[in-house]
Write a protein that binds this ligand. Structure first.
Ligand code: C2O
Ligand code: CU
Length: 501
């Protein structure tokens, strides 16, 4: 079901919007209850502009941005609202917008050629969909993503709960990582082979909300909901909040049982989000440093939180931190279809495949984690002498349109047993669905968290499960944008019921 929409004008859009509301393209669970909602309209214009990323004496940086700001404007609605977002392309090249993590109908997913014709320079496309889930999401282009996102095209999309958790203040930190020259210009070397084959375009300048952050004022006793969004092409963050004890309440927009971050670090691969409840428990007048410690021996101070002299209250409040659940269909593991997915390629890839292949015979696939079958391993070895740099089940994508990697019958539970047979981390993202992370290296996860992007460590095996309830062709790819651009991308098709698979 590949939809090629005509070059959109307001008129053709209205026709197609009417077609969606008609019936079959409203597949996502929970969507129907949202029908009566109010319509919220937004305009985004992607265009070249300037942003002050680095302080004086540096000049402003030429960027590409939405509505002239980096990040683009915060789109904020309430769960159940319907969004209509008119996107105008003021760039010299085609673009699209993808609403990362939002379970939209396929035709609104913003994937060039696969779900829509790209938006040509000077054209406008109207996206319209319901906010079926509350949570922290974001938007970004899906055409020439490594460069368009890397030059500043992204913004937060916040869907509020009908009854949000109680806090004193809410902050959104959109994290980004830029590769700037000495003149504070964006280095043009997008798509170089070294970045592609290693850990992507890791930069040299980290910003919060498009600024090199200095100090964020807080008050003793204050409770903050902090929404973190990693909009970087490639950098993985591991945030250390020093003496504070942040509680993770949502991952990738989806509520999770409140818990302390593992090993004290809030880890966010590219595209991942995390909602934290942070109680400001330090003394008035003091300061704490939030540091990023993900890459060993490359730690740095991200930002300082500075307490005002007067406290807000004497002790942390005891308000509930539990978020209401979103209407996600619960996977039924007893009837699940199981597929193996192997990622390989990149620098040192052959070595890892050889090493992991030896430790995983055919027999391994009947175990809890499964393994790669001998055939799959052979395929991978062969393909690695071909064109691409990265492969999913032996295939390297060259564009967004391709034969599906997997075809799933609609409404069935699917378990993907994924193996990262590479020497690098990969944040793996599935469009159109959220999935539960069932296990890592054979160990069941403690909270079976819902995610739309799961960070896989080198050699790691991860099992995920989801109900394939959103029909269409969905991208499945690494969100290190240089890996995606050099092959680590596939299509998962959710077939209509009538189709045989
Ligand atoms: Cu955030 Cu395929 O994208
Ligand atoms: Cu990757």
């Amino acid at each position: 079901m590949v939809l090629h929409l005509p070059t959109p004008t307001r008129r053709t859009f209205l026709t197609s919007a009417a077609a969606f509301s008609a019936s079959t393209l409203l597949p996502v669970s929970g969507l129907r209850s949202a029908r009566a909602a109010s319509l919220k309209e937004f305009r985004l214009k992607a265009a070249p502009g300037q942003a002050r990323l680095a302080p004086e004496p540096y000049g402003e940086t030429p960027v590409w941005s939405y509505n002239g700001t980096v990040p683009g404007p915060e789109i904020r609605v309430r769960r159940g609202d319907r969004l209509r977002i008119m996107v105008e392309n003021g760039l010299d090249e085609e673009t699209t917008v993808h609403w990362h993590g939002v379970r939209t109908p396929n035709a609104m997913d913003g994937v060039p050629h696969l779900t829509q014709a790209p938006i040509a320079p000077g054209e406008t496309f109207a996206y319209e969909f319901d906010a079926v889930d509350a949570g922290t999401f974001w938007y970004h282009p899906h055409r020439n993503g490594a460069e368009q996102v890397g030059r500043g095209l992204y913004g937060p999309l916040i869907v509020e709960e009908a009854e949000p958790v109680r806090v004193d203040r809410e902050l959104t930190w959109v994290l980004d990582d830029w590769r700037l020259t000495k003149a504070a210009a964006i280095d043009d070397d997008f798509g170089n082979r070294h970045d592609m084959a290693h850990n992507g375009r890791v930069g040299n300048t980290v910003t919060i909300n498009g600024r090199l952050p200095e100090i964020i004022p807080v008050r003793a006793g204050e409770r903050i909901r902090l929404r973190l969004i990693n909009a970087a092409n490639a950098r993985i963050f591991g945030l250390d909040f020093a003496d504070l004890d942040p509680i993770v309440i949502a991952l990738d927009g989806q509520p999770v049982t409140g818990h302390a971050p593992a090993a004290g670090l809030v880890v966010l691969g590219p595209a991942m989000r995390c909602d934290l409840i942070v109680d400001m428990t330090g003394p008035p007048g003091s300061r704490i440093t939030v540091a990023d410690r993900f890459y060993r021996a490359r730690e740095y101070r991200l930002v300082d939180l500075a307490y005002a002299e007067t406290p807000l209250r004497d002790a942390a409040p005891d308000w509930s931190v539990e978020l209401p659940a979103n209407p996600l269909a619960e996977p039924d593991l007893s009837t699940a279809i199981r597929h193996e997915v192997a990622f390989n390629g990149g620098m040192m890839g052959q070595m890892i495949v050889a090493e992991m292949g030896g430790s995983m015979g055919e027999g391994a696939s009947s175990g809890m984690m499964g393994g790669m079958s001998g055939g799959m391993m052979g395929n991978m070895m062969n393909m690695m002498h071909g064109q691409g740099i990265w492969f999913i089940n032996g295939k390297a994508a060259t564009g967004h349109v391709m034969d599906p990697l997997l075809t799933l019958p609609r409404d069935r539970t699917c378990v993907l047993a994924m193996t990262n047979a590479t020497a690098w981390h990969h944040p793996i993202h599935l469009h159109g669905h959220s999935f539960r992370v069932l296990s890592r290296n054979g160990q069941p996860t403690a909270r079976r968290e819902w995610q739309d992007t799961v960070l896989m460590a080198p050699r790691e095996k991860v099992e995920i499960a989801f109900v394939a309830d959103n029909p269409g062709d969905w991208m499945f790819h690494c969100h290190i944008l240089e890996h995606q651009a050099s092959g680590m991308m596939g299509v998962i098709r959710v077939a209509e019921k009538e189709e045989r698979t």
